[in-house]
Design a protein around this ligand. Structure first.
Ligand code: FO1
Length: 312
């Protein structure tokens, strides 16, 4: 087994698929060589708290405390506070478990003391004994908005409250968000960049849209590879397939590869779609990309890095 101890690896991640591949990478790459850059476009202020769903999904997964059923939130969670919020007529559509609330309270407290989101995330990683660098894509708020039938929804209103049902006509990303120093440094040093099998439109594009992350990824002289989140004509989890249909795109790994376009040096897609991606356009690898357990995650990370290293 290759350990990739000589490569600096950066993974762009958001959501459950991103967290799973990040976990696979963390199993085989020494922490000093691995950085996970995480989408914060889903972040929002809720009941006075700063909620960072994708950062926490990655954090809990790497810490081994993720809820296996939902993919987000904590394992062994209890819901006493939410039940009482509901009884009191408070907003209980976005479910915050008791253990998870401790994370949001601590984060909000530290942010209000003037710490950056990067510093707060580092603090939380230390407390959860996560050694891999987990970095928010920005320290500034960078909210993703969803436009549907001329109406604009803040991301979590659309995703959770409306159960991603309003058809997507347009995704609105802020255009004035800048990269934190730690993210710049990781991208400058990267030998390999892995775009996780996250939603390309609402997990990865918000990261690439932070100036100048897209330009820095383009400039990486070595390999940039992406893993398709579309398998067998649907999304492994979440709204990616529905969004693609609504935006007039084919629901296929090819459409994902085309979406990333010249950013990529290589593309990995699932064996269920064997032969569907034109390998003349760019180097491709067709393999088992499904991650049901820790061993699957490690195996996929190993396959992805071996492929990227051959391209680099
Ligand atoms: N997703 C849901 O579908 N319903 C919820 O009530 C919910 C609560 C929640 C709380 C904390 C957290 O970190 C994530 C949470 N998520 C919930 C998931 C999250 O909103 C989405 O999975 C991501 O934003 C999409 O990547």
């Amino acid at each position: 087994m290759t350990t990739f101890s000589n490569h600096k690896i950066v993974c762009l991640a958001g959501g459950v698929g991103g967290a799973k591949l990040a976990d696979g990478l963390a199993q085989i790459v020494p922490p000093e060589n691995l950085t996970i850059i995480v989408n914060t476009g889903d972040d929002f202020a809720h009941m006075g708290l700063t909620i960072c769903p994708d950062l926490d999904t990655v954090l809990y997964r790497l810490a081994g405390v993720a809820n296996e059923e939902t993919g987000w939130g904590r394992a062994g969670e209890s819901w006493r506070v939410m039940a009482e919020v509901g009884r009191l007529g408070g907003p209980d559509w976005f479910r915050l478990g008791d253990l998870d609330l401790a994370t949001h309270l601590t984060r909000t407290h530290l942010l209000r003391q003037g710490e950056s989101l990067t510093a707060v995330t580092r603090h939380l990683c230390q407390k959860f004994h996560v050694q891999t660098a987990v970095l928010p894509m920005s320290n500034q708020p960078a909210p993703t908005m969803i436009e549907s039938h001329g109406r604009i929804y803040p991301f979590q209103e659309w995703f959770v409250r409306k159960r991603w049902q309003p058809p997507v006509s347009h995704i609105i990303l802020p255009d004035d968000v800048r990269v934190p120093a730690a993210v710049s440094l990781a991208l400058e040093r990267a030998h390999i960049i892995v775009i996780a099998p996250s939603n390309p439109f609402v997990s990865i594009d918000p990261i690439l849209n932070v100036y100048p992350i897209r330009e820095m990824v383009m400039d990486v002289p070595r390999a940039v590879v992406a893993v398709s989140p579309i398998v067998g004509g649907t999304a492994v989890k979440g709204p990616a397939a529905k969004m693609m249909r609504e935006m007039g795109l084919a629901v296929s790994p090819t459409a994902v590869a085309q979406h990333y376009g010249s950013l990529l040096d290589g593309f990995i897609y699932d064996q269920q779609d064997k032969g569907q991606v034109d390998s003349a356009a760019m180097p491709t690898l067709c393999t088992d990309t499904m991650m049901y357990n820790q061993e699957d995650r490690r195996q996929l990370a190993q396959t992805v890095l071996a492929f990227a290293a051959r391209l680099a």
